[in-house]
Design a protein around this ligand. Sequence first.
Ligand SMILES: Nc1nc2c(ncn2[C@@H]2O[C@H](COP(=O)(O)OP(=O)(O)OP(=O)(O)O)[C@@H](O)[C@H]2O)c(=O)[nH]1
Length: 206
Amino acid sequence: MFDNRPDRDAEIVFVGRSNVGKSTLMRELTGHKFETGGKPGVTRKPNHFDWASEDFMLTDLPGFGFMSGVGDEHREQIKTDIVHYIEDNAEKILLGVLVVDGKSVIDIIDRHSGEDEIPHDVEMFYFLQDVGIPVVVAVNKMDKVDDKDDRLNDLCDRLGLHPPWKQWQDTIAPITAKRGSIDSLNESVKEHLHDQKRDDLLKFFS
Ligand SMILES: Nc1nc2c(ncn2[C@@H]2O[C@H](COP(=O)(O)OP(=O)(O)OP(=O)(O)O)[C@@H](O)[C@H]2O)c(=O)[nH]1
């Protein structure tokens, strides 16, 4: 159970597999330094970036999927905790940002697609929407991707969004967090906040 949640009425959550660059992205967004790199699965509890005066926070949820040194059971528990956290706070969560690694996401999804297997990323994309939370997919590490359009079209296809990806620019945001290239994500987030009449929060996404 995650029990360190500040009491805020507006929140944006960040979810994604371990090692996709979520911590790097959070650091870019908030200017706040915290642990990144090294062993996958470093983040095991949510990190809340909190603006008490605005009644708003960004929440970095723990990475799911493979984590070195973490057994299957514990890994499942973390995923269950993430799902419960999102369900319990769905009314307060304005937006979910699903962070994926642009270089490996298609291979990982395809490897885990089967008759009775839904890949974590695809599952999370639908789950957030099922509980009424709009989703932006931040496709990170685009510096490592050569065939950008093809890759993003494939990702749309796997998520059930009709390609070409360019018609989904509110949903698909290619970024390179490590170099601070996150404009497309800022734009998508602002679009969603504007749609939800939360123009007061636009200033956090310059
Ligand atoms: N090439 C490239 N590497 C990146 C980018 N963003 C992050 N990385 C690298 O990816 C690795 C993982 O980054 P983290 O930010 O620690 O990833 P995380 O998703 O927070 O990982 P967990 O703590 O395991 O959940 C690090 O070596 C980063 O330097 C990027 O845009 N491009």
